[in-house]
Design a protein around this ligand. Structure first.
Ligand code: 5U1
Length: 675
């Protein structure tokens, strides 16, 4: 055998292996080998193909990026038009759709529907001949689209050749090209770093990436593909149902939605819609509704279509997550530590299922980054339970009367000067505990569930107590009596007695809750617990200097500085003295033993969690013995990633570190009694 024949054999075996691993990874979501091993196979194939260029074939896994840029896209005429979908926006409209379907079919009983999420991306048609991808096109106007083959070939989840033993002669796969959140955020982050234009959302990013004349640019974009239907089909018979067609595509090696279900009748469709609406925020990608299709292909044919949309399918849209509204003005709120936060006052707008009239702007850097002016038209986004955000200004619609937004010179609550440290994003009121806003927020924090947990001492009541001068600081809470409380608005004798009982109960606490309740800057629950465990007693902590504080896990010079500064203020020491005199006490601090479930494990939290804040999660993990760290390194054991996780998750994956989602975290906490 010639050396060339040897190479040809190895090349073919490598291609087969790589195609198989692509299929396991992209279609079955079940990779067999680590990424490093996959990379080795690919590199070996590249090496052999470089040595034997005559053996390179267009469907080789190395050939995703072809030659240079195109001058323009060619047009493609769709053999079967690519239809669009009618939309419905409410339960009633979906019921009406189902009624029309049943009336046309003369079917009194329920119809089966194939249900799947509507991905927010770009519709694409892909033609396979004898199992090889020969052409990909955009939908265009439904009749003609653009030839984007070179770009689609660069998408790793699109098989260049179907890994099926006997693929159909001709098969047109239709589906959506989209960009998952993580890739989108990472790509935008890098673009911003380079001072380049960022994309406004993943859908625009997917569309913009497919429209590149140079496929090398598309190749660098984190696009994915998911199929939702068939077009042309020669040399195989069409399955009897939509769900069967998608199952068959999956068998042929094409990626389909893992969320696909068949619903019996409209009630099950509505239940599926409700379930997916809840899951929406936890998905890796944007969806904007649910597509319901009559499952039987024979019934689809009987129903036919009107103009451009089939009578057998409908998209039930979710409430929009982005809407346009007017920025009426910006107000400045003062937080517990004096931080001045600009808050957007908006013309009320229905977005993400609720009416929004305020949105935090975080700090003045954010106001500048957005280029906001009062009176501007802005885009507001509210996704899942995430707090509403102003994401963009429509500068081209700026009104002539738009006003600049400036940080106030004096605190809007107490009038003390506003200060901003060199290089700090946050401006602060310098009034300290003279400022009524800071007093209220400090008391609210002290009484909160995860601090001293004084049930019934809520915002409205604190507002009255501070405004009337009855309570100025947290120690004053313990001097309250029934007569004073009963005299307040919306407070009878009964509720006054209840509140006093809650105040009395709060005196039995733990050292970490007490420290957390004091509201020192940057001392969240996890840090408070670490301090309590390290020092064991309040006296030892009070005596510690910055160097000793930095011996505590995850306490650096900044946190240590805040703690030292807090205890150096005589009023704060006096306050602590009064609290102890009032009877606040705690049992000796327990340290988790070596047998704690997470003893010796370092955990990193990233992204957003739904059931609790990252701080709360960190504190519960620490109770189970974990060391909670801020960055991922080779010493990290577990990374807990919620939606929006970015570079930390990518790093964890690159290092092969165990990654949990929120459901796994909650399950672990509840199994270990930390929920
Ligand atoms: N999931 C899904 N998205 N989507 C979009 N199915 C689906 N079907 C479509 C479109 C435009 O069209 C059908 C008419 C095939």
């Amino acid at each position: 055998m010639s050396p060339g024949a040897d190479a040809a054999g190895e090349i073919e075996r490598l291609r087969e292996q790589i195609r198989h691993h692509n299929h396991r990874y992209y279609v079955l979501d079940d990779p067999l080998i680590p990424d490093s091993e996959y990379d080795r196979l690919l590199r070996r194939l590249q090496e052999l193909e470089r040595a034997h260029p005559e053996l390179v074939s267009a469907d080789s896994p190395t050939q995703r990026v072809g030659a240079g840029p195109l001058a323009a896209f060619a047009t493609v005429r769709h053999e079967i038009p690519m239809l669009s979908l009618d939309n419905v926006f409410s339960e009633d409209e979906l019921r009406a759709f189902d009624r029309r379907v049943r009336e046309r079919l003369g079917d009194e009983a329920g119809v089966d529907y194939c249900c799947e999420p509507k991905l927010d991306g770009v519709a694409v048609s892909m033609l396979y001949e004898q199992g090889v991808l020969v052409r990909a096109a955009t939908r265009g106007d439904g009749t003609t689209g653009e030839d984007i083959t070179a770009n689609v070939r660069t998408i790793a989840s699109v098989p260049l050749r179907l890994p099926a033993a006997v693929p159909p002669q001709r098969l047109e796969v239709r589906g959506e090209v989209y960009m998952p959140h993580r890739g989108f955020e990472e790509m935008n982050r890098r673009a911003a770093q380079r001072g380049e234009k960022t994309f406004v959302n993943p859908r625009n990013a997917a569309a913009g990436s497919l429209r590149q004349l140079d496929p090398r640019i598309t190749a660098a974009r984190p696009l994915e593909f998911c199929a939702y239907g068939l077009g042309v089909l020669d040399g195989a018979s069409m399955p009897a149902t939509q769900s069967g067609a998608l199952a068959w595509l999956r068998e042929l090696g094409v990626r389909t939605s893992g969320e696909l279900r068949v619903a019996r009748g409209v009630e099950e469709c509505l239940a599926y819609y409700a379930r997916m609406q809840e899951r929406r925020a936890a998905l890796r990608y944007d969806i904007d509704g649910i597509v319901f299709k009559v499952d039987s292909v024979a019934l689809q044919q009987r129903l036919g279509f009107v103009s451009r949309a089939p009578r057998w399918a409908v998209a039930h849209k979710f409430p929009a997550q982005e809407e346009m509204t007017t920025l009426l003005g910006v107000e400045f709120q003062v937080g517990r530590t004096g931080a001045i936060t600009p808050v957007a006052r908006l013309a009320p707008v229905f977005v993400g299922g609720v009416t929004v009239s305020n949105a935090t702007l975080h700090n003045m850097d954010e106001v500048r980054r957005l280029g906001l002016m009062a009176g501007d038209t802005v885009i507001v986004r509210r996704a899942g339970d995430v707090i509403p955000q102003v994401v963009r200004v429509l500068e081209e619609q700026r009104a002539p009367h738009a006003r600049a937004i400036a940080l106030p010179v004096n605190c809007p609550v107490c009038g003390s000067p506003v200060e901003q440290g060199e290089g700090e994003a946050v401006a602060r009121c310098s009034g300290g505990l003279v400022c009524a806003a800071q007093q209220k927020e400090t008391i609210r924090h002290f009484a909160s569930r995860r601090a001293l947990d004084i049930e019934g001492l809520g915002e409205k009541l604190i507002e009255q107590l501070v405004d009337q001068g009855v309570v100025r600081n947290v120690a004053d809470i313990y001097a309250l009596d029934e007569a004073t409380l009963a005299g307040l608005e919306r407070m009878g004798e009964k509720s006054a007695r209840k509140l006093l009982a809650a105040i009395a109960r709060s005196k039995r606490t733990t050292l970490d809750r007490f420290l957390y309740g004091l509201g020192m800057r940057e001392v969240g629950e996890a840090t408070a617990l670490a301090l309590a465990r390290h020092f064991g007693t309040l006296e030892a902590l009070l005596a510690a200097d910055a160097g000793e504080l930095q011996q505590v896990p995850d306490v650096g010079p900044v946190v240590a500085g805040h703690v030292v500064a807090f205890f150096a203020v005589p009023e704060n020491r006096a306050l602590i003295g009064r609290l102890l005199e009032a009877g606040i006490a705690w049992p000796a601090v327990e340290k988790p033993g070596a047998s704690a479930p997470l003893a010796g494990k370092t955990v990193v939290l990233t992204g957003t969690l739904e059931a609790m804040t990252r701080e709360e999660a960190g504190e519960r993990l620490a109770r189970l013995g974990a060391k909670v760290a801020g960055s991922v390194s080779a010493r990290t054991h577990i990374v807990i990633a919620g939606p929006g996780a970015g570079s930390k998750l990518a790093r964890a994956e690159a290092l092969g570190i165990e990654v949990w989602d929120e459901a796994q975290l909650l399950d672990f906490l509840s199994r270990n009694g930390a929920d």
